[in-house]
Design a binder for this molecule. Structure first.
Ligand SMILES: [Zn+2]
Length: 499
């Protein structure tokens, strides 16, 4: 690749130190040199005029199911359906085509007329087909409804399956892509499609949750020079023992693809009323559930610590996070040098916040949930009542010294979408200014994978991962209108907005 000079731009300083950079030289995949105002620029080389636009470090999406997202792009998207019958119509059309199954995802009953979800069960989907599997997976990814044919394909070993109604919960839902296998061609196409989508949102690195099979495919594509996004991969807990016995520890790999850690689940989700809360969901006696005993969790934490494996711990409810932090406090005698991370922590108590700060446990959170569910009358308020305002308390966590990193969970993918929610958070315990919000999507996630010396900032020697925006992202109003103009990964232009 030829050296390229990006000039005539505002390179935005997201860190405290200001630097007034107006041009950078990209070479060999890195920022080889920066030029401040008034400095003479080199002449004889490839140049790109950024026309006075604003440049920030590439976004790092800290929690993705990108390959699944890519599969979904090849499946039936029910995310925009405003009624159950509209969903069913789309599934029926798929069955009538040649598709060997009808797999619809992203439905959200909060988009439908009130009460309509009560009509969604096995029999409803049997009417669409008795011969082909029909699957409707909820937007949260923790709940799905399937027809009789699909139920027959689900092995008995999966426990949280209501075979009478065709309801699937938790792990089994997560594994639908495994049970109803995708072809290798579909998976490869999934990576290409989702990569293109990620680029269009300014994402240059993802922290991807992937099975060993998918990790292997990523390695294969990398060898062929086909990966154009950086992947830090987290493998499901079932493989912890294999990973540990092989001697794999977090960080193995390179800047394009590496093993980052092990993902475990401690509870469910608010939307499915399975996240473990300290007080019940509104108008119920249900407090959700812990999916793992503290003894088992402690055992996992010790294996992880002994083997240098970072843990990515799904923990949404305040009761879940409290239990996790109590356990970590016992098994880590000092600060975690592995930078373990808790995913989502949508509701969290003060004890847990202090413990996270003390033990250097990262809060990996989803700003887009604010826009989706945290407005008055939305899902959070309906399910947890007045507690909803203080959910996703990014500001409180930061001010107590917890490192907060942002990810989309692909719901939907798009850092700017999420950041807009954060700067308009309904509570001051959550609201951040644009600069703080952007650091949670750039600098902070680099730290989470031990890459703070390599990315997340615009400096000499950092990787050539950059995003060009048409508006100043540090001003709240213009941030919300900003569009992505260009994206560079490894010093190469991977996305350019159509003019
Ligand atoms: Zn997730």
């Amino acid at each position: 690749m030829k050296p390229t000079l990006l000039y005539n731009a505002h390179f935005v300083a997201l860190q405290k130190r200001t630097h007034n950079i107006t041009a950078v030289l990209l070479n060999n995949g890195i920022i080889e040199k920066t030029f401040i105002v008034g400095k003479k620029l080199p002449t004889a080389m490839k140049k790109i005029d950024l026309k006075g636009n604003y440049v920030i470090p590439g976004f790092i999406d800290s929690h993705t199911h990108l390959i699944s997202r890519g599969l979904e792009l090849q499946r039936i998207d029910l995310g925009k359906c405003t009624s159950l019958s509209e969903c069913l119509e789309k599934l029926r059309a798929a069955v009538q085509r040649d598709d060997d199954l009808a797999f619809g995802s992203n439905w959200d009953e909060f988009m439908w007329p009130h009460g309509e979800k009560n009509h969604l069960m096995k029999e409803t989907l049997d009417k669409i087909s008795k011969k082909k599997p029909v699957i409707m997976r909820r937007v949260c990814g923790h709940f799905a409804v399937v027809n009789t044919k699909a139920l027959e394909c689900i092995p008995r070993q999966w426990k949280i399956v209501d075979r009478k109604n065709g309801f699937l919960y938790e792990n089994v839902v997560d594994n639908l892509n495994e049970i109803f296998k995708s072809s290798k061609g579909m998976l490869e196409k999934a990576i290409d499609l989702a990569t293109a989508e990620a680029h269009s949102h300014g994402i240059t690195t993802v922290h991807e949750i992937a099975t060993p099979e998918r990790f292997r495919l990523l390695q294969e594509l990398k060898r062929q020079g086909r990966l154009r996004l950086r992947f830090a991969v987290y493998i499901p807990r079932e493989y912890l023992h294999e990973v540990a016995s092989l001697g794999l520890s977090s960080g193995l790999g390179d800047d394009v693809l590496k093993f980052a850690g092990i993902k475990i689940y401690v509870d469910g989700a608010i939307g499915a009323q399975t996240a473990a809360l300290s007080r019940p969901y509104e108008h119920t006696n249900n407090k959700g559930m812990l999916l793992i005993t503290t003894q088992r969790l402690r055992n996992i934490a010790e294996i992880a610590e002994d083997n240098g494996i970072q843990l990515m711990i799904h923990s949404i409810g305040d009761r879940a996070t409290h239990a996790v932090m109590k356990t970590l406090e016992r098994s880590l005698d000092k600060k975690s040098y592995l930078r373990h991370r808790l995913e989502h922590i949508e509701l969290v108590d003060d004890y847990s916040i202090d413990a996270m700060a003390r033990l250097n446990v990262i809060a990996s959170m989803q700003p887009n949930f604010v826009r989706r569910w945290q407005t008055p009358g939305s899902m959070y308020e309906r399910y947890v009542g007045t507690r909803y305002k203080d959910m996703n308390c990014f500001k409180k966590l930061l001010s107590k010294g917890v490192r907060v990193i942002f990810g989309s969970d692909c719901m939907p993918i798009g850092p700017l979408y999420g950041i807009e929610g954060v700067v308009h958070h309904p509570s001051i315990t959550g609201r951040l200014d644009p600069g703080e919000a952007m650091r949670c999507y750039t600098t902070a996630p680099a730290y989470a994978t031990f890459d703070e010396d390599k990315k997340g900032m615009i400096e000499t020697g950092k990787l050539g991962d950059l995003v060009v925006l048409d508006k100043n992202p540090l001003q709240e109003k213009s941030l919300c209108e900003a569009k992505i103009v260009m994206v560079f990964v490894d010093g190469e232009l991977v996305y350019k907005k159509n003019e």
